[in-house]
Design a binder for this molecule. Structure first.
Ligand code: DC
Length: 221
């Protein structure tokens, strides 16, 4: 069932931006400082992609992907301050960040029926608590009415180096192009969002800059 975000006493902080821009680190630290739950919406798209690959379904075969969506059980929750996801009772764990998932997740996340299903689950978090949610369309589509929106960015070389440092194989330029050009909910700077370029900021400096932005946007600490 679709959750109407305006019907809850909770609020959402939306953190959007391209791959490896530092969204997850920032969202996690903000959640920890502010006593909120951090929701990684990318993990949800990755979990569907993981399941599709396990079932040997072609990520470009939208009818087959939609058919699978109708017969799997997706459970979203949290463990401490971090969001969790299981598909048919299984937590994919580190496999979510594997090269096969990286290579196929943009195709899966471009399917509108996948997005609709996950957006309902994303909005559902607000029933229980206030959240920091990171992704691509959080400020533009999932919570367009929240006043708290940050678009995190960093130079492409900086982002590629960060991913390489994590030892992960990920063609971030290709993924960014696909995520920004897709027809449904492309990556954009949402209306009302403030851009935070952290190319030359340390992690703590980034958190402080974000807290200043959120305070200007009206967040009471
Ligand atoms: O944040 P991430 O790199 O783990 O996200 C993986 C992919 O999921 C990303 O390439 C696009 C998709 N995604 C999306 O379309 N919308 C979101 N809100 C979050 C992620």
């Amino acid at each position: 069932m679709t959750q109407d975000p305006s019907s809850t006493p909770h609020f959402a902080i939306a953190i959007d931006g391209p791959a490896a821009s530092g969204k997850s680190t920032l969202a996690r630290l903000l959640a920890s400082r502010l006593g909120l739950i951090m929701v990684n919406s990318g993990a949800m798209y990755r979990a569907i992609t993981w399941k599709i690959l396990r079932e040997n379904i072609d990520s470009h075969d939208a009818p087959a992907v939609i058919e699978l969506l109708g017969r799997i059980e997706i459970r979203c929750g949290h463990d401490g301050i971090l969001s969790t996801i299981t598909i048919d009772g299984i937590d994919p764990g580190d496999e979510l960040r594997g090269p096969d998932v990286n290579a196929n997740v943009s195709a899966i996340s471009a399917i509108p029926q996948v997005r609709n299903k996950l957006i309902d689950l994303q909005r559902g978090y607000l029933e229980h608590s206030s959240i920091v949610m990171e992704g691509r369309d959080i400020g533009s589509v999932v919570f367009p009415d929240t006043p708290f929106k940050i678009y995190v960015d960093a130079d492409e070389e900086v982002r590629a180096a960060r991913r390489g440092d994590e030892g992960l194989v990920d063609s971030i330029a290709k993924r960014d192009a696909a995520d920004s050009k897709r027809a449904t909910a492309p990556l954009i700077v949402a209306e009302g969002a403030t851009v935070l370029d952290n190319s030359h900021l340390g992690i703590e400096e980034g958190v402080q800059a974000a807290i200043e932005i959120l305070t200007r946007q009206g967040l009471k600490l």
